[in-house]
Design a protein around this ligand. Structure first.
Ligand code: URA
Length: 200
């Protein structure tokens, strides 16, 4: 059995948070173990809780459309969330829930070793860009230890607020060039440097 499916089973058994008792299914994440890009959303919603799969409701449909803009299908990327259980009524995740779930995401990242981690929404952004504000840093990237971290608005936010759509779509279209840049740097083993598209 693969390391990821081991984790999936452990997540399904996890009872650290009270919300474990209200879930239909845990939603560990899905995608290839060798995915180059990992998208990290916030938390499962109703549809995800029913199916045990991430981003399968309206936000997921929009995420698939965004991926299509850059010629990708969801099967080609890894899709995870900050927390793996739906908070009742889709309330915001609690700090304790985020802290309890954090090791799962860390282990997923360790196994997949993606070249690029794309944060969707502010809870995911807060994990990788602590202290930042999404309206200021969406569409910007940071490279740390050979991995690109790239912040985007949450697809659900763009569904509810049409005015965010041009921004989320423009940000999505940056991904292929960023990925190509980090891959080229890794291949040529260029010295660590600030890339033009990256903020400090
Ligand atoms: N929103 C998220 O953040 N994650 C999902 O899996 C679905 C909706």
């Amino acid at each position: 059995m693969s390391a990821l499916s081991d984790i999936n089973q452990e997540i399904a058994r996890c009872q650290l948070c009270a919300i474990a008792r209200t879930r239909t299914r845990a939603v560990p994440g899905e995608g290839p173990e060798d995915a180059e890009i990992m998208f990290v959303g916030e938390a499962p919603g109703w549809h995800e809780d029913q199916q045990g799969r991430p981003f399968v409701g309206p936000a997921g449909k929009y995420l698939e459309q965004l991926l299509a803009l850059i010629g990708l299908k969801r099967e080609q990327v890894y899709i995870a969330n900050v927390i793996k259980t739906r908070p009742p009524g889709n309330r915001d995740p609690l700090p304790s829930e985020i802290a309890n779930c954090r090791p799962w995401l860390e282990r997923q990242i360790e196994i997949i070793r993606p070249r690029m981690i794309v944060t969707l929404g502010r809870y995911s952004m807060a994990m990788f860009f602590p202290g930042k504000t999404i309206s200021k840093i969406h569409g910007t990237a940071q490279k740390r230890d050979g991995v690109i971290y790239f912040a985007m608005y949450h697809p659900a936010a763009a569904l509810h607020q049409q005015s965010l759509r041009p921004a989320i779509e423009t940000d999505m279209r940056q991904i292929p060039a960023l990925l190509a840049e980090v891959k080229t740097m890794a291949e040529t083993e260029a010295p660590v440097q600030q890339l033009s598209m990256f903020e400090d």
